[in-house]
Ligand binder design. Structure first.
Ligand code: ZN
Length: 160
């Protein structure tokens, strides 16, 4: 069976930067199961899966526009430290914030005497990613999965 938008794909993946730094991998645990066409995966990877079958393996570099987007300097902002009154603020902390573009996840990238510098870019924005993928299984999606817009696990019978 070939992958299209009526199928659920179970796959193992390792994602790295093009310099070879590993970011994430499914290979230490269970493979990932996804409904093709649901946009759960980044576009570049979903596009590459189209038409592939169980047993296929591939490695692909995916540019930012087909992954987590470009970085925007305007998403780096400084906030008065007084807004964090009573809170621990440390570099690397993430939290949800209301911005002009709606709710988004921001990360603290610097803390000065009276300012906190936050970055609303996705941590992988602007990064070309290498995906090393092995397709473990491809099956027809159930009607429930298609209606819900997501996979229900390897066998399709997960209730939630
Ligand atoms: Zn569901």
């Amino acid at each position: 069976m070939n992958i299209d938008n009526s199928t659920v794909v179970t796959l193992h993946f390792t994602v790295s930067t093009t310099e070879g730094t590993q970011i994430d991998s499914s290979r230490d645990s269970d493979p990932m199961t996804v409904l093709q066409g649901s946009h759960y995966l980044i576009k570049g990877l979903e596009d590459e899966l189209e038409g592939k079958a169980k047993g296929d393996a591939f490695s692909i570099d995916i540019s930012p526009e087909l992954a987590y987007g470009e970085r925007f300097d305007k998403l780096v902002q400084s906030v008065p430290k007084t807004m964090f009154e009573g809170m621990e603020v440390d570099v690397g902390m993430t939290f949800r914030a209301s911005t002009d573009e709606g709710e988004q996840s921001v990360m603290i990238i610097d803390v000065t005497e009276d300012e906190v510098i936050v970055d609303g870019n996705h941590p992988l924005a602007g990064v070309t990613l290498n995906f090393d993928v092995e397709i473990m299984d491809v099956r027809k999606a159930t009607e429930d999965e298609l209606a819900h817009g997501h996979a229900h696990g390897p066998s399709g019978d997960h209730h939630h």
